[in-house]
Design a protein. Structure first.
Lengths: 301, 465, 301
C-alpha cells in the first residue's frame, strides 16, 4: 500500500505549489519586508525597523478600522449562514416527503438560479446598483418606497447606518453562493436519514435543527471561515459606495481601505505594508481560533 | 479570433530566463526585493540624445522611439492621437510614437517606474493618479527648465514660458524647479441656469446679504438654493470656502496653506468664510446631498431642482448630453463675505490643472519634453480646446474659437477678474490633508459643524504631517 | 406522509399528530414561499434595473423611478458597447483566459487538495496552512511585487502570465474548500480500490473525482465567477504597448465606467454589463443541471 506514495504526493503537489509559491507567496513575502521600510512606492528604500508599527499603534483610524472589521466579522457570517441554511433547506427538503423522497418547495429550481445572480455581478457594479438602492433622496429605491413623511433616510450618509448598509450588501451578495454550497452538502445527506426522521414524525423545523445542521457542520465551518475572511476585505464596496470612501468621517473605514489609500494615494507603501501585515495576522488569528472553537468533527457518513 | 489566441513567440532567451527563474524559486525574498525596486536609485538607462538646433532646441534624437501614456477620462484620448502625436511625428518622421491609454495611471505606471522602465511622457491624472511630489522626490520627473526656456513651437520670438498664462508655470514648481506641466486652465465659481434666473427675475448677488436674500427667494420657489456632492466631491465645496477666505484676507493665507505654515488653518479669514458657508449649508441646502455623487447633483441642477452649484469650468462639457434644451450654463464669482474684503468681488479661483510630465529615467526624456513643447504649440492647444471644450494654459490659444455659452461665461469671468485670480496646491502636496478636509467640510456643511471646529480639526491634521 | 408504516407503531400519537402536521405544512409552505419569493425579488431586481437602465438616459437613471420603463427602446447603446468599447473582443479574451485558467485551477487545486486531505506526510500541515493563509491577504498588496515577478519571467502582457496568475490566486480557496470536501468522502471505496491494486493516480481520477463531483462543480462555478470578475490582476499584468487588444472584459467595462464618470455614458456602461452578465446567467442555468447531477452522484453511496 505504501508503494509509490511519495513520488505520487510529490507529483501531485509540484505544479500547484510551484505556481503558488512563485506568484503568491513570493509577492506577499515582499510585503512583509516592505513593512519594515519607509518606502514611498517609488525610488529608494530605507529600513526603519518597527517604526511603521509604532505609527500604526497610535493611529486612531487604524483602531476604528479594526473595530469595523470585527463588527463585519461577527455579523456577516452569522446572518449569511443563517439565511443561506434556511433557504437551502427550503429548496432541498422544504417540500416535505413524497413517495419516500424529500424534495424542495415548488419552484426550487427556479429559485436556485435566481439566487445565484448576485454572484455573477462584479462588485464594482454591485456598488453602483446599491448606490441607487440607498440613494438618500426620493429617487432611491428604498426611499421611493417609503410612505410620505418617513423619509428620506440618509443611509450611507448617516454615520450610524453606513456600516450596516455595507453589511447588507455583503450579505446580499454572499447568500447565493452559500445556498449552493449548503445545497451541495444537503444533497450528500442520505435520503434514509430524512426518511427515518420523517417516520419518527419529526417536523421540518426539527429536521432542520436535528438532522441538517449537525450533518452539515463541516460545511458550515468552512463557510464561517471563508465569510470571516471576506469580512476582513469588504474593500471594493467601501471604496466605491461610501461617502468620502470610508466615511462619513471614517464610519465605514476598514483595514483594506486604509491599506489601499496609503499605498496608492498617500505614497506610503511601507506603512501600507505594515497595515497589510497586521491584517494578515488578524485574519490568520481569526481562522485559527474558529477552527479550534468549532472543532467538532463532522459527522461521518 | 486568431489574434485573440495568438501566443507570444518563445524565443530562446525568454526560455532560458524562465528556466533560470524556475530554478530560483527558492531564493529568499530579500534578494528578489532588492533586485526589484532598485529602479529609482540605480543608474539611468541609456538615454537618447540628438543634435540641438533651432528647430530642435531640446536636442531630440529624431529616430528615438517615444512612449506616451494618456489617462482616458473626461478629456478622452483623441487630442493625443489626433493632434499632439501627429504633430510630433510630422517633425520627426523617423520616430515611432508608442501610445497607450489607461484609466488607472498609478497602477500601470508605478510598477514600471520601479522596474526602471517608465513611459517617456506620462499624463498623471484621474482618480488613480500618482502623488506628484513623491515622483519628483524619487527623481523620476525630468527637470523641465530647458523646455520652458526653449522657443515656442509656433509663436515666433517667444519662449515656451512666455506663452503661458500667469501662474501656470508656478503651478508646476517643486523646490523652485519646474517638473510638471499643468495643461488645462480651469475657472471656478457658482454655476447656475441663466434661463431659470431670467424667468424668475432673480438678480445675481455681489454681497453676502444679497446672496442670502436671493437664496431665500429661491427656497420660496421650491428649489434647493445651493448644493454640492458630499459623497465624492466635497472638494468643490472646500475650494469655495477657501476662495471666500482668500477674498476676505488676501491670497497669502493660501500660500501659508501650501507651505503648511504654523496656524495657517486657524487664520481669521478662514474662520469667517467657514462660518458664512456653514450657515448656507444649514439653511439653504439639504442633508441628503451628503450622500449624493456629483453626477446626481449635476443632473438635479439640469432639472432645475438645484439652483447654485460650486464647480469648475469642465461642468458644461461633462453635462453636455444631459442638459435639457433651454438650460443655459452660466457662472458668477463668489459673493463678497464682508464689506471690507481685501480682494474685489470679481476675484476668482482659476488654476492650471491636468498634469503631464516627462520621465527623467525613461529612455527618451528629451523626446518627452519635446512632446510637451508640441502640446504647448498655439495651434495644437487650440485643437485641444476644440476637441475637449477645455481651455489650455497657452495664452490666447482659444481666441476666435466659437465656444459654448458656459465657456463664454467663464471667459468673461476671467476677463473681469483681471489679475485677481489665484489658486492653491496643498491638496496635491499633502494628500492626507485633502482627505481630512473633505470629511471636515461635510461635517461643517451638513452635520451642523462650527467654523471653529473646522479650523481646529484641519490645523490638528496639518500639524500631524 | 407514509402513515401506512407509521400507524402500527404508535397509533394514538399518530392519530393526534396528523391534522397538526397538515396545518404545519400549509403555514410553513406559505411562509417559505413568501420568503423565497421576496429574496428572489431582491436578487433579480438589480439585474432588471441594469437591463432597464441600459435603455435610459442619465436623467431617467438617476432621477426617475428605478423600475419605470425607459422613454424609448433603442439598441444604440448596445451597438456602441460592442463597437466602440470593443466589448466583443474583450469578451472573447475573457472566455479564453477564464476557460483555460479555471480548468487549470480545478486540476491543480483538486490534486493538491486531495493529497493534503487524505495523505499523511511530513510538511502536510505546513503546506495546507501555506495555501489557506493566501486567503488572508488582500490581492492589491501583491500588485507591485507581482509585476516584477512576471517581468522576470517575461510574462507581462501575455495571456500565459495572466492565466498562471489566475490559477495561483485561485488556489487558496480551491484547496481550502476541496480539502474539506475530500475529507468528508467515505474511505471504504478507496480502500477497496487499494485492495484491488489501483495506483494512487488512478484512484484519484477514477474514484475520488467522480465521488467529489458535487464539490468540484460548486467550486468550478465559484472560480469561473471569481476569475471572470477579476479586475486588479489583469490591470497590473495586461499593460504595455498594444495591451488594450488583450484586455479582459472587466478592464473594458472599467474603461467605459471611468469614462462614464466624466462623459456620463451610463447607459452604454449598463449595456456592456448586460452583455457580460447574460452569458454568465445562461452558463449558470446550464450548470444548474450539472449541479443536480453532481448532487445525486454525491448522495449515492
Amino acid at each position: 500500500m505504501r508503494h509509490g506514495k511519495y513520488p505520487f504526493i510529490i507529483g501531485f503537489l509540484a505544479v500547484p505549489v510551484a505556481l503558488y509559491v512563485t506568484f503568491v507567496v513570493a509577492a506577499y513575502l515582499q510585503t512583509f519586508q516592505l513593512a519594515l521600510t519607509d518606502w514611498s512606492g517609488l525610488g529608494p528604500i530605507t529600513y526603519v525597523g518597527f517604526d511603521n508599527f509604532v505609527t500604526m499603534w497610535n493611529d486612531e483610524l487604524f483602531w476604528r478600522s479594526v473595530r469595523h472589521n470585527l463588527v463585519l466579522l461577527l455579523a456577516l457570517p452569522i446572518i449569511t449562514i443563517a439565511v443561506a441554511l434556511v433557504f437551502a433547506f427550503l429548496l432541498n427538503v422544504g417540500g416535505g416527503t413524497k413517495g419516500g423522497i424529500t424534495r424542495g418547495v415548488w419552484g426550487s429550481k427556479f429559485y436556485r438560479v435566481i439566487f445565484f445572480f448576485p454572484q455573477l455581478l462584479a462588485l464594482a457594479i454591485v456598488a453602483v446598483i446599491f448606490g441607487r438602492v440607498f440613494s438618500p433622496d426620493e429617487s432611491g429605491l428604498i426611499n421611493g418606497l417609503l410612505p410620505a413623511g418617513w423619509g428620506p433616510l440618509l443611509f450611507l450618509a448617516d454615520e450610524r447606518y453606513a456600516l450596516a448598509c455595507i453589511l447588507a450588501v455583503l450579505v446580499w451578495q454572499a447568500i447565493g453562493f452559500y445556498v449552493v454550497l449548503f445545497s451541495a452538502g444537503m444533497g450528500s445527506i442520505p435520503q434514509e436519514i430524512y426518511e427515518a426522521a420523517a417516520l419518527d414524525g419529526a417536523s421540518r423545523v426539527t429536521l432542520f435543527f436535528r438532522v441538517t445542521v449537525p450533518l452539515l457542520w463541516g460545511t458550515i465551518q468552512v463557510a464561517w471561515v471563508y465569510l470571516g475572511i471576506a469580512a476582513f476585505d469588504a474593500f471594493a464596496l467601501v471604496n466605491i459606495m461610501t461617502v468620502e470612501r470610508g466615511g462619513p468621517d471614517g464610519a465605514t473605514s476598514v483595514l483594506a481601505m486604509m491599506i489601499y489609500r496609503n499605498a496608492f494615494e498617500f505614497s506610503q507603501a511601507g506603512y501600507a505594508s505594515a497595515l497589510g501585515v497586521s491584517l494578515f495576522i488578524l485574519t490568520l488569528a481569526f481562522a485559527a481560533l474558529t477552527l479550534r472553537v468549532t472543532r467538532r468533527d463532522a459527522v461521518e457518513l | 479570433m486568431t489574434e485573440v489566441f495568438a501566443q507570444p513567440e518563445l524565443d530562446r532567451r525568454t526560455l532560458l530566463r524562465r528556466a533560470a527563474a524556475v530554478g530560483l524559486l527558492a531564493t529568499p525574498a530579500a534578494s528578489m526585493l532588492s533586485a526589484c525596486v532598485s529602479g529609482g536609485s540605480d543608474e539611468a538607462p541609456e538615454q537618447a540624445e540628438g543634435e540641438k538646433s533651432d528647430t530642435n532646441p531640446l536636442g531630440v534624437d529624431p529616430k528615438a522611439p517615444l512612449e506616451v501614456i494618456i489617462f482616458n477620462g473626461g478629456l478622452g484620448t483623441k487630442y493625443a492621437t489626433d493632434v499632439h502625436i501627429p504633430s510630433y511625428k510630422k517633425m520627426y518622421p523617423e520616430a515611432t510614437v508608442n501610445f497607450s491609454e489607461t484609466t488607472e495611471i498609478g497602477k500601470v505606471v508605478q510598477p514600471r517606474i520601479n522596474a526602471g522602465d517608465p513611459p517617456d511622457m506620462v499624463n498623471n491624472a484621474g482618480a488613480g493618479l500618482m502623488d506628484m511630489a513623491a515622483i519628483v522626490k524619487a527623481g523620476q520627473a525630468q527637470d523641465l527648465t530647458d523646455l520652458f526656456n526653449a522657443p515656442s513651437l509656433d509663436i515666433a520670438g517667444k519662449t515656451v514660458k512666455d506663452t503661458l498664462v500667469p501662474g501656470a508655470y508656478e503651478q508646476g514648481l517643486f523646490d523652485n524647479k519646474p517638473y510638471v506641466l499643468n495643461y488645462a486652465f480651469t475657472v471656478y465659481g457658482l454655476w447656475y441656469n441663466a434661463a431659470l434666473f431670467q424667468k424668475n427675475n432673480w438678480t445675481l448677488p455681489k454681497t453676502w446679504s444679497e446672496f442670502t436674500a436671493l437664496l431665500d427667494q429661491i427656497k420660496a420657489a421650491g428649489i434647493v438654493p445651493f448644493a454640492y456632492a458630499g459623497a465624492n466631491a466635497p472638494y468643490y465645496m472646500y475650494l469655495a470656502i477657501l476662495t471666500s477666505a482668500a477674498k476676505i484676507g488676501g491670497t497669502e493665507l493660501l500660500t501659508a496653506l501650501d507651505e503648511n505654515a504654523d496656524g495657517a488653518w486657524t487664520a481669521e479669514p478662514i474662520k469667517q468664510a467657514a462660518a458664512a458657508w456653514a450657515e448656507i449649508g444649514a439653511k439653504y441646502s439639504d442633508r441628503k446631498f451628503a450622500g449624493l455623487r456629483h453626477t446626481e447633483v449635476q443632473l438635479q441642477q439640469n432639472q432645475d431642482r438645484v439652483a447654485f452649484y460650486p464647480c469648475g469650468s469642465w461642468l458644461e462639457n461633462e453635462q453636455a448630453k444631459d442638459t435639457p434644451k433651454g438650460f443655459e450654463y452660466a457662472v458668477i464669482p463668489l459673493p463678497s463675505v464682508t464689506g471690507a474684503d481685501k480682494l474685489p468681488q470679481t476675484a476668482i479661483y482659476a488654476a492650471a490643472g491636468e498634469m503631464y510630465y516627462a520621465s527623467s529615467r525613461g529612455k527618451n526624456p528629451r523626446g518627452g519634453m519635446e512632446y510637451l513643447r508640441h502640446m504647448l504649440g498655439k495651434a495644437n492647444a487650440a485643437e485641444f480646446t476644440k476637441l475637449t471644450k477645455v481651455l489650455t494654459v497657452v495664452q490666447g490659444a482659444a481666441d476666435g474659437l466659437t465656444v459654448s455659452p458656459g465657456l463664454t461665461s467663464g471667459n468673461e469671468l476671467v476677463k473681469a477678474a483681471g489679475s485677481d485670480y489665484f489658486g492653491y496646491r496643498w491638496p496635491d502636496l499633502y494628500k492626507k490633508l485633502d482627505v481630512e478636509c473633505q470629511a471636515a467640510t461635510n461635517e461643517l456643511m451638513f452635520e451642523g459643524g462650527t467654523a471653529d471646529a473646522f479650523c481646529a480639526r484641519m490645523q490638528k491634521a496639518a500639524d500631524a504631517l | 406522509m407514509s402513515n401506512v408504516i407509521e400507524a402500527p407503531a404508535v397509533p394514538v400519537a399518530s392519530a393526534g399528530r396528523k391534522p397538526d402536521a397538515k396545518r404545519e405544512v400549509n403555514g410553513f409552505s406559505a411562509l417559505a414561499h413568501i420568503a423565497l419569493f421576496v429574496w428572489a425579488l431582491a436578487t433579480a431586481g438589480p439585474l432588471i434595473w441594469v437591463l432597464l437602465s441600459s435603455f435610459k438616459n442619465n436623467t431617467e437613471i438617476f432621477l426617475g423611478q428605478p423600475f419605470a420603463l425607459p422613454e424609448s427602446f433603442s439598441f444604440e447603446t448596445y451597438v456602441n458597447a460592442w463597437n466602440t468599447a470593443h466589448v466583443g473582443r474583450y469578451f472573447l479574451n475573457s472566455v479564453f483566459v477564464v476557460t483555460v485558467s479555471t480548468a487549470g485551477t480545478m486540476l491543480f487545486g483538486s490534486m493538491a487538495a486531495y493529497v493534503l486531505a487524505r495523505y499523511k506526510f511530513f510538511g502536510n500541515r505546513f503546506l495546507y496552512y501555506l495555501f489557506v493563509s493566501g486567503l488572508a491577504f488582500p490581492t492589491f498588496m501583491a500588485l507591485v511585487p507581482l509585476f516584477f515577478i512576471l517581468k522576470g519571467f517575461g510574462l507581462i502582457n501575455t495571456f500565459t502570465g495572466l492565466i498562471l496568475v489566475y490559477i495561483a490566486y485561485s488556489l487558496p480557496f480551491t484547496v481550502f474548500f476541496l480539502a474539506a470536501f475530500f475529507k468528508t468522502l467515505p474511505v471504504e471505496i478507496e480502500e477497496a480500490a487499494t485492495v484491488d491494486g489501483a495506483s494512487h493516480t488512478r484512484k484519484f481520477f477514477q474514484i475520488m473525482v467522480p465521488m467529489a463531483k458535487s464539490g468540484l462543480v460548486s467550486i468550478t462555478i465559484f472560480n469561473i465567477v471569481g476569475q471572470w470578475n477579476q479586475y486588479l490582476l489583469p490591470l497590473a499584468i495586461m499593460q504595455g504597448a498594444g495591451a488594450d487588444s488583450k484586455w479582459v472584459l472587466t478592464q473594458g467595462i472599467a474603461n467605459i465606467s471611468t469614462s462614464a464618470g466624466y462623459q456620463a455614458q451610463w447607459s452604454t456602461l449598463f449595456a456592456a454589463l448586460t452583455l457580460s452578465i447574460l452569458p454568465m446567467i445562461v452558463v449558470y442555468a446550464i450548470f444548474q443541471r450539472q449541479i443536480q447531477a453532481g448532487l445525486t452522484a454525491g448522495a449515492v453511496k
